[in-house]
Ligand binder design. Structure first.
Ligand code: 0A1
Ligand code: ZN
Length: 879
């Protein structure tokens, strides 16, 4: 039976504790690709206050049961019952030792959950509920136990046998078989179990923790990738040191293993001492990986490492609490990246990501609070809301309590809960108690979905020199939750003079003025803040550092935005002001375009960009961020009814207009940054490449760009410059694009990760023709519908990053995409569900497109045996 078919809705309010303690689990694997036999022995003790005998409930899926015994007695069919994914033994004694033996078939497992095959080796993925595909067990995160794992296999085929914890023994027999035993002393939930078996090469290093523990760090990869592990290893060492310095958290075992696979549904997985990674987040060499890839690796390596405390040592009581570990761990990885790279640029990237991925989720058919109240398929709730909005909410604790207060809260959280499975309420209580504050109202952020809108108005009275800001907050109803309450919003602000000087801030009720950013708290539906001794009508710099995850509305004049762009001390506000100005200009031209009026480029935008290009003080990476125009999808979100072609045309027009007006400055900046020096990995070098390549993308809108891109491609010694050049040539319809793509293909055809980039570049080419290219590329030998990275690179990139292709007026993009979803559903429901979400915003388009998308959704919904994963998304979208 396929995943989730018999699924029913699970409610948070129905949580009940598991009645048994499981004190130990002993697992034995007889490893084979086609068939693996798993023997399990688990020790159950009834919890205090519960009367024996009592029933034992276990979870299992797709398991061939060979035998089952209870306290040494073989159980027959009349001793237990199996229904769907549960096995129930009705009357088990107080102390019960259960032994099972099952057969599973890893090579047939295309869902990549449980034990499966990747290339030539076997590995597991158990979060959220994959362990039940390996053996019968209470597969829920609040059942924590110690594991002893023995892996037995043919030595030639599976020389490396890994599981969690410390090495506890190994041996071999004359018939070519060998075994390895692993003991994990830390009780853990089943979702953190992992094993890896196969022929893998390794890179090794060491880290000495601050209490003197020597930890062996090993990264396992396929032999040919040994020269691409340096950056991941360095990132791991940096993460270990950072967590000691910033959070006083130290690693707790003698071994830390990372295994890279090309076949993975997500980014990576934090299994105790045996992280498994999508190879995309491990492997990098300057000629194969972009600067963004390097940053991604640092972030994900950090993320999985940080889970060792926030997730593994203290885990989730149930899956509704997922943000407990994910929001907190994302916050930690964001801070790690900010400390390693440029804090300001990292913050901007985080905000951009939240707005482009999470806001639409909050505004669509799958909206949910960061702690959802119900789900059908938990895998559908590994969302931008749980992760990124969850991190934004952790960041607000940090803003409200300060670094010291936050760390006090973290310390108490671990003192209280180390080794436990807990809830978001426990985290909030630790933060509140450690700081002696009441966070009751703040807790609403956990239960309320939707993005709050904050409308800000101001009033300046020259006579009294008083300035009043009025803030009104309102969260629009979401599909699953109509009534909304006011939330606690940390509101960081500054006021500038027209010349950009910071005005000292003094509220009416205060005795003294403070210069610089002020933190105020908004918690009512409407609040006023009046400042005194304000010498002139100021330019408000609102929600500095993006102090709350809200949509901010203020009617800025172009002049005010220009002041913020040129002078504000806060990088986020500078960037946001530039984005607003560009957004206003593009949406204005989009309206003109719709009425058949000739488009023009706003002169204040040109002036602002001239200022940005002339700024030789600021971090080049920041300037690059400021000049990247808002994405088409983000612009679409700002319209009542999305005008797909209008947005494309207006955005392109503005880009070309800016390029034409500022060709000289873009050229100078490009020339200055194209220094001809060999590749360097430093943050400074990355920042330079980022600005240089933004300049190139503008210059490609003019006559000068093509030859620059050609020359850059020719001279490039790194993937960042190579991709920027080729992507630029494709986007500007250059005749050189085809040759560049062909040469790239010849050079990299055997390299899975690099070929992913080759697919993406072609899938995102604007226009209704691209669907045909994508269709053809599906037959390319480097493509496989079974491989999630390939699906994301071709099918995902087309449907989510190519609005004019996916939304082609004839519906060809929709039909292609729906076919892929249906095809994928039979293979890998998790990935199919990710893909089908491209249709989620169908109601926001024009009538013709709505009809077409709805029909495709209905076609998918009518597929026989559709997985629970896909049907949950589709049914919500259609409702
Ligand atoms: N916990 C991992 C993410 C993850 C979740 C589910 C997976 O398979 C269904 C795999 C990985 C993280 O946050 O990195
Ligand atoms: Zn995580």
């Amino acid at each position: 039976m396929k995943e989730g078919i018999a699924g029913k809705v699970i409610y948070r309010k129905d949580y009940t504790a598991y009645p048994w303690d499981v004190s130990h689990l002993d697992l034995h694997f007889d490893i084979g690709m086609k068939t693996t036999v798993v023997r399990a022995q688990m020790e159950f003790q009834l919890k205090a206050g519960i009367n024996a005998p009592h029933r034992i409930v276990l979870n299992g899926s797709d398991l061939e049961l060979i035998s089952i015994t209870l306290n040494g007695r073989v159980l027959t069919h009349s001793d237990y019952s199996v229904e769907g994914e549960t096995l129930i033994i009705p009357d088990a004694p107080q102390n019960s030792v259960l032994k099972t033996e099952v057969r599973i078939h890893p090579a047939n497992n295309s869902a990549l959950e449980g034990l499966y095959l990747s290339g030539e080796f076997l590995l597991t993925q158990c979060e959220a509920q994959g362990f039940r595909k390996i053996t019968w067990f209470p597969d829920r995160p609040d059942v924590m136990t110690t594991y002893r794992v023995t892996l037995e296999a043919d030595k030639a085929g599976f020389p490396v046998l890994l599981s969690n914890g410390n090495l506890a023994g190994a041996g071999e027999s004359p018939d070519g078989r060998h075994w390895v035993r692993w003991d994990d002393p830390f009780p853990k939930p089943s979702y953190l179990f992992a094993l890896v078996a196969g022929d893998l090469a390794l890179v090794e290093d060491h880290f000495t923790t601050r209490s003197g523990r020597d930890v062996s760090l090993r990264i396992y990869v396929e032999e040919e990738n040994l020269d691409r592990c340096d950056h991941a290893m360095q990132s791991l060492i940096n993460a270990m040191r950072w967590d000691e310095e910033r959070f006083t958290l130290e690693y707790d075992l003698d071994i830390y293993h990372i295994v890279a696979t090309n076949d993975f549904n997500m980014g990576a997985m934090e299994n105790k001492s045996l992280n498994i990674f999508n190879s995309k987040y491990v492997l990098a060499r300057p000629d194969t990986a972009t600067d963004a890839d390097y940053q991604g690796i640092e972030g994900v390596i950090g993320h999985e490492y940080f889970h060792n405390w926030t997730g593994n040592r203290v885990t989730c009581q149930d899956w509704f609490q997922l943000t407990l570990k994910e929001g907190l761990t994302v916050f930690r990885d964001e801070e790690f990246s900010a400390d390693m790279q440029s804090r300001a640029v990292k913050r901007i990237k985080v905000v951009r990501d939240l707005r482009s991925r999470q806001f639409p989720e909050d505004d669509g058919p799958m909206s949910h609070p960061i702690r959802p109240d119900q789900y059908l398929e938990i895998n559908n709730f590994y969302t931008a809301t749980v992760y990124q909005k969850g991190a934004a909410i952790i960041r607000m604790y940090h803003t409200l309590l300060g670094e010291r207060g936050f760390q006090k809260g973290i310390k108490l959280y671990f003192e209280r809960h180390d080794g436990e499975a807990v809830s978001c309420d426990d985290f909030l209580a630790a933060m509140a108690d450690a700081n002696g504050v009441d966070l009751g109202r703040f807790g609403r952020w956990y239960s309320q979905s939707g993005t709050p809108q904050v409308h800000v108005t101001d009033q300046y009275d020259a006579a009294s020199q008083k300035y009043t800001l009025t803030l009104k907050q309102h969260t629009p109803a979401t599909h699953e939750q109509k009534d909304k309450q006011p939330l606690v919003l940390p509101f960081a602000l500054g006021l500038l003079t027209a010349e950009g000087r910071e005005i000292p801030l003094q509220l009416e009720t205060e005795a003294e003025a403070v210069t610089g950013t002020r933190l105020l708290i908004m918690e009512e539906t409407q609040q006023e803040f009046t400042f005194i001794d304000v010498p002139e009508a100021p330019v408000p710099s609102l929600f500095r550092d993006y102090s709350a995850p809200v949509k901010i509305y203020f009617d800025y004049s172009s002049q005010q935005l220009a002041t913020l762009i040129a002078y504000d001390s806060d990088a986020y506000v500078r960037w946001d002001a530039a984005q607003r100005m560009a957004e206003n200009a593009i949406l204005e031209q989009c309206r003109q375009h719709a009425q058949g009026i000739e488009m023009v480029v706003d002169s204040s935008l040109v002036k602002a960009f001239r200022g940005i290009l002339s700024d030789h003080q600021a971090d080049p990476a920041l300037l690059a961020e400021a000049m990247m125009l808002p994405a088409e999808d983000y612009l679409a979100d700002q319209m009542e009814v999305v005008d797909v072609d209008g947005i494309y045309a207006a955005r392109k027009f503005i880009k070309k207009g800016l390029a034409d007006e500022l060709t000289v400055l873009f050229s100078e900046c490009y020339a200055r940054l194209k220094d001809g020096r060999p590749y360097q990995k430093s943050a400074t070098a990355m920042a330079g490449r980022s600005l240089k390549n933004v300049c190139l993308s503008y210059l490609l809108e003019t006559d000068t760009g093509e030859s620059l891109a050609g020359a850059q491609l020719e001279a490039s010694d790194n993937m960042t410059d190579t991709l920027a050049a080729i992507q630029g040539l494709i986007m500007s319809d250059s005749l050189l694009a085809e040759t560049a793509l062909a040469e790239f293909e010849v050079k990299w055809k055997a390299d899975a990760l690099v070929m992913d980039k080759w697919f993406v570049m072609q899938a995102v080419k604007p226009g209704s023709n691209t669907v045909n290219t994508v269709r053809k590329l599906m037959d390319h030998s480097a493509f496989s519908i079974q491989n999630p990275n390939k699906v994301r690179s071709l099918v995902g990139a087309f449907s989510m990053l190519n609005p004019t292709g996916f939304h082609a007026a004839d519906g060809s993009g929709y039909a292609f995409h729906a076919d892929r979803v249906i095809e994928l559903d039979g293979l890998n429901p998790q990935i199919a569900a990710r893909m089908v979400a491209a249709f989620n915003r169908w109601k926001r388009y024009d009538e013709d497109r709505k009809v077409l998308m709805k029909a495709e959704l209905q076609r998918i919904a009518s597929v026989k045996n559709l997985s629970g994963d896909v049907s949950e998304i589709v049914n919500n979208a259609l409702r």
